[in-house]
Write a protein that binds this ligand. Structure first.
Ligand SMILES: [Zn+2]
Length: 219
């Protein structure tokens, strides 16, 4: 079985690509402690998009892992999580943005996932206003007994991966989250690969140290 090369998303940037039904998207935190914001749209454009609200409605859980499904605003299944080494991701919070850094941290002109995702998705006709919410892979968000949001460092260690299966034709944006507040104080790259229906399942691939080595070779 061929091993898919990993594609690197440099720190504080994003990538845009398409997936077909059945394709597996493997997202790898090669250095550990790094969040990847995922957003998705129907192949026909921005009117059908990932909905954190619908996803919360149908999963009835704020922590999604293997077996969970991500839904669109039209209640179609966009992704199923099929493999998950970490088990803690977030979809309560929206992607970080220039405005968020100004409002919450008094930091003007800070790079943000919203702007980075919009730039990566521009060739697909997706703009900033179209990106309402994201599934924040490896992001570790909790709530205390009073309902206050608490941001913890990601649980992902170097080489940990989460794999999602596309359940429809998708336009996808994926970022190496630009916020040091989400990434334990340091912004790092994120790696990913797309495994089409007739190639190796992710469980059959070797990872950890070898994942990092392969990632390094694709830079
Ligand atoms: Zn971010």
């Amino acid at each position: 079985m061929p091993v898919q090369p990993l594609i690197r998303i440099p720190a504080q940037s994003a990538a845009g690509f398409t997936l077909r039904p059945g394709d597996l998207l493997e997202v790898v935190d090669s250095q550990g402690g790094q969040v990847a914001d995922l957003t998705a749209f129907g192949s026909h454009g921005a009117r059908e998009r990932f909905s954190s609200g619908r996803t919360l409605d149908y999963n009835e859980h704020i922590y999604l892992t293997t077996g969970a499904r991500l839904y669109s605003n039209r209640s179609n299944v966009m992704f199923t999580i099929v493999n998950d080494a970490v088990g803690r991701h977030d979809y309560l919070l929206s992607p970080c943005s220039r405005a968020m850094f100004e409002l919450l941290h008094a930091t003007p002109n800070h790079p943000g996932c919203l702007e980075n995702l919009a730039r990566a998705l521009e060739p697909f006709g997706i703009c900033e206003d179209d990106i309402l919410c994201t599934f924040n892979i490896f992001m570790n968000v909790d709530a205390d007994a009073k309902g206050r949001i608490i941001l913890h460092p990601p649980r992902s260690k170097a080489g940990d991966a989460t794999t999602l299966r596309a359940e429809m034709e998708l336009i996808v944006g994926l970022s190496a989250c630009a916020s040091e507040h989400s990434n334990a104080g340091a912004n790092k790259p994120i790696d990913y690969c797309i495994i089409t229906q007739n190639t190796a399942a992710p469980q059959q691939r070797e990872r950890s140290q070898k994942t990092s080595e392969r990632a390094g070779s694709t830079r």
